[in-house]
Design a protein around this ligand. Structure first.
Ligand SMILES: CC(C)(COP(=O)(O)OP(=O)(O)OC[C@H]1O[C@@H](n2cnc3c(N)ncnc32)[C@H](O)[C@@H]1OP(=O)(O)O)[C@@H](O)C(=O)NCCC(=O)NCCS
Length: 150
């Protein structure tokens, strides 16, 4: 498996995965394209095998605040640790003082559990956030590593 940054050449594969993973709540190809063009300080992390994308993780950076926008693993390859690797790599590479936030469907216990296990806390709820009328939990993660003077 290879970990790398995503780019516009990954658009078709990510869109195909997005539809499989999120079904009728999938982002449109144009929404994905905007993130892959890296405007708005966005970045995509990818795990692939034999040039086949298995997982993708999209976020935006606003000074020292990060917003996780989209995160999916191929349905055939979920629960093998791929999502955990993407999330942990992202958190490890953050600057020493930074904050991350995200919205996750209240019923998505697996994802919520994954975020909690990695240090995220529930901070609030956004009612009727999704197309189907369901609510989102707002979660955040704070990294605060200060080094003393040496
Ligand atoms: C959420 C998602 C990205 C996680 O990716 P994944 O590759 O399936 O996750 P992992 O295999 O890395 O598992 C993550 C953790 O959950 C644990 N886990 C595995 N199977 C589990 C299960 N059935 N129930 C609960 N926890 C489980 C793993 O042990 C792992 O813990 P660890 O990091 O301590 O080892 C993926 O399931 C997915 O694409 N889901 C649909 C889209 C989605 O919900 N995206 C997130 C939107 S906010």
């Amino acid at each position: 498996m290879i970990k790398r940054k995503g780019n516009l050449l990954d658009l078709e594969q990510i869109y195909a995965l997005e539809k499989m993973v999120f079904k009728n709540e999938a982002w449109t190809i144009d929404m994905l394209k905007i993130e892959l063009l890296c405007t708005n300080d966005s970045e995509t992390l990818i795990i692939e095998e034999n040039r086949l994308i298995l997982g993708y993780f999209m976020y935006r950076k606003l000074s020292s605040d990060y917003h996780i926008l989209n995160f999916g693993v191929s349905p055939h390859r979920q629960k093998e640790g791929i999502g955990g690797i993407l999330l942990k790599d992202f958190l490890n590479d953050l600057e020493n003082i930074s904050t991350v936030f995200l919205e996750v469907k209240k019923s998505n216990f697996f994802a919520i559990n994954l975020y909690k296990k990695n240090g995220f806390k529930v901070r609030g709820e956004r009612k009727k956030y999704y197309k189907d009328g369901s609510s989102a939990l707002l979660m955040n993660y704070v990294k605060n590593i200060e080094y003393g003077l040496v």
